[in-house]
Design a binder for this molecule. Structure first.
Ligand code: ZN
Length: 150
């Protein structure tokens, strides 16, 4: 795939440490397109779509928000908690979308597995199919995500 100047610019923004601690790419040397393609394959193996994953993530975040920082029973299999920081963070793609700095942590009670995400992660997955690069602070592993949230 030939890279346009615009996608090179996006790549630079995603690797920038000013946007998020360590950037969105972490230590990943793959291009954004390669990361998105590889994760799309992982998502398809999970049997879900990025749409289904992001809708479920939002549902868990919305349930956890009602706990105002205390643990919430989302359903019989899931406990979740949100933490909010001051300020907001912009989507690195070229459109004006900003998100509250909120982290949702969810635990699957049977397996004991835990995964966390930010409000921005939900948007990146829903709108851009982007789970962030390996080694980034908020990389979400698609296969693990599907196992933990359903
Ligand atoms: Zn966006």
């Amino acid at each position: 795939m030939k890279e346009s100047p615009q996608s090179r610019n996006l790549e630079q923004i995603l690797r920038s440490s000013k946007m998020a601690a360590g950037g969105f790419m972490g230590s990943d040397s793959r291009s954004v397109a390669e990361i998105i393609d590889a994760d799309a394959f992982e998502v398809s193996k999970s049997g879900y779509t990025t749409g289904q994953l992001s809708v479920r993530m939002q549902e868990i975040t919305d349930a956890a928000k009602r706990g105002l920082g205390t643990r919430v029973e989302v359903d019989a299999q899931h406990q979740a908690i949100v933490e909010e920081a001051r300020g907001s963070i912009a989507c690195p793609w070229p459109h004006l979308r900003r998100f509250v700095k909120r982290v949702t942590t969810v635990k699957h009670l049977d397996s004991g597995q835990i995964i966390c995400w930010t409000d921005l992660n939900i948007h990146l997955i829903a709108e851009h199919g982007f789970f962030e690069g390996r080694g980034s602070a908020f990389r979400v592993e698609p296969g693990k995500l599907a196992k933990v949230i359903f």
